[in-house]
Design a protein around this ligand. Structure first.
Ligand SMILES: [Zn+2]
Length: 409
């Protein structure tokens, strides 16, 4: 999709990760960039993602402000940077980064402080940087600084400090921010990671349909934050569906498909936030994950799609997706088959612009369904099922996907 050139390139780079895009350290002409960071700064400068303070001075040793970080990330994501009024009292339309700040906040990549302040001149800490990059590039991080630090370290984007900590509270220099952002965008720059973070194996990449790399899958774990969803036997729907969604995400990351989650932590995006996010990522497939509740007497698995083309024209593909997901969930959990159902209501299906389905794994307030929902083992099983359902969908759409069935084994 048009907006995802960066991500396509990122995936492409995984295949050719031994190839170095840049050999010249002087191209950008900054006198104050140390040679250790030259290729990364050049990479960003050539793409107009990081500007210098002047043509010859990058400002390498200066701390990054929140406004600068918003501009770096906003340009990297190709957000709308047109200067304009913002929702913050302390960011006027004249601020150089006002457009990027507003776009990033609307996209959920950055957030402000209580009372309507953004604090554009505040220095960014290493921990905040890790959260910003995790949110911007869709790395699951569990909503914590520690989680964000390990999301970056496990990918070879950031290292820990010499004392063995991440240095989350330390402010970060412009040159280091640039290095981390360049490594995020181009895996060829990454350092060795000690973690087991999985990349797309060349054996998989070589066997599957190259068109898959431009396909964008949006996973939407329902509810979150202040909204627990349905509750049964002390188990909250928001926790079950997030964990399941993260497991599906981990499997999809091993494929060439691009995947984004509407939430990766205990946050509460509104329904319109979710569909806007999906559209802004250029989504080609949207799957919302939920658990059901009635009054303790209903049970089983069901999957919905929006049945009118009035607001989401992808009726037949949505139905196909729902059928594939439902079939696999039944195979995995063997709960009662409540069927694939049409709906004229569910917001995230109705006000979307791509094939979309909503899976109800089971009834959280019914004892035997709840046994499955609360079990790590069974959640892993249903996450695999959902993954297989997505692959089945692409198979039915005529993509060569055989190698992807081995990924979840
Ligand atoms: Zn729900």
């Amino acid at each position: 999709m048009k907006k995802n050139v960066t991500i396509v390139m990122l995936i492409f780079s995984l295949v050719i990760s031994s190839f170095s895009f840049y050999t010249s350290a002087e191209a950008s002409g900054f006198a104050d960039v140390p040679s250790r960071a030259a290729k990364e700064v050049n990479y960003l400068a050539e793409r107009k993602i990081a500007n210098g303070l002047s043509p010859s001075v990058f400002g390498a040793e200066q701390a990054v402000t929140r406004a600068e970080a918003a501009a770096f990330i906003g340009r990297a994501l190709q957000l709308n940077g047109t200067k304009r009024s913002t929702s913050f009292k302390d960011v006027s339309s004249g601020n150089f980064a006002s457009g990027y700040i507003q776009s990033a906040v609307e996209r959920g990549v950055l957030s402000g402080y209580d009372g309507g302040y953004f604090r554009p001149e505040q220095k960014v800490t290493r921990g905040e940087m890790a959260v910003m990059i995790s949110k911007a590039f869709g790395y699951p991080y569990g909503g914590t600084l520690t989680g964000a630090a390990s999301a970056l370290m496990s990918r070879g984007i950031a290292n820990g400090m010499e004392d063995g900590t991440f240095g989350a509270g330390q402010s970060i220099l412009r040159v280091d921010f640039a290095v981390f952002l360049a490594r995020t965008m181009n895996p060829a720059f990454r350092v060795k990671s000690t973690s087991s973070y999985t990349q797309v194996a060349p054996s998989v990449m070589n066997k599957v349909d190259p068109r898959l790399a431009s396909q964008v899958v949006i996973l939407d774990p329902g509810h979150g934050g202040k909204d627990p969803g349905a509750v049964g036997f002390g188990l909250k729907e928001k926790d079950v569906v997030l964990d399941t969604g993260l497991k599906v995400n981990e499997l999809l990351k091993k494929t060439p498909l691009q995947v984004h989650m509407t939430r990766t932590g205990d946050t509460f995006p509104s329904l319109s936030d979710r569909t806007n996010f999906a559209k802004s990522k250029g989504g080609d497939l949207f799957l919302s994950i939920h658990a059901n509740a009635f009054n303790g007497s209903a049970n089983g698995t069901e999957t919905f799609y929006y049945s009118s083309s009035a607001t989401n024209q992808y009726v037949s593909d949505s139905k196909l997706l729902a059928e594939k997901i439902q079939r696999r969930m039944l195979m995995a959990w063997n709960l009662q088959d409540r069927g694939v159902k049409q709906t004229s209501k569910l917001y995230v299906l109705k006000y979307n612009d791509m094939p979309a389905a909503l899976a109800e794994l089971g009834f959280i307030d019914q004892e035997s369904d709840n046994q499955k929902l609360k079990s790590e083992y069974w959640r892993t099983a249903v996450a695999k099922a959902i993954y297989y359902g997505i692959i089945d969908y692409y198979n039915a759409k005529g993509y060569e996907v055989d190698a992807l069935y081995n990924v979840a084994k």
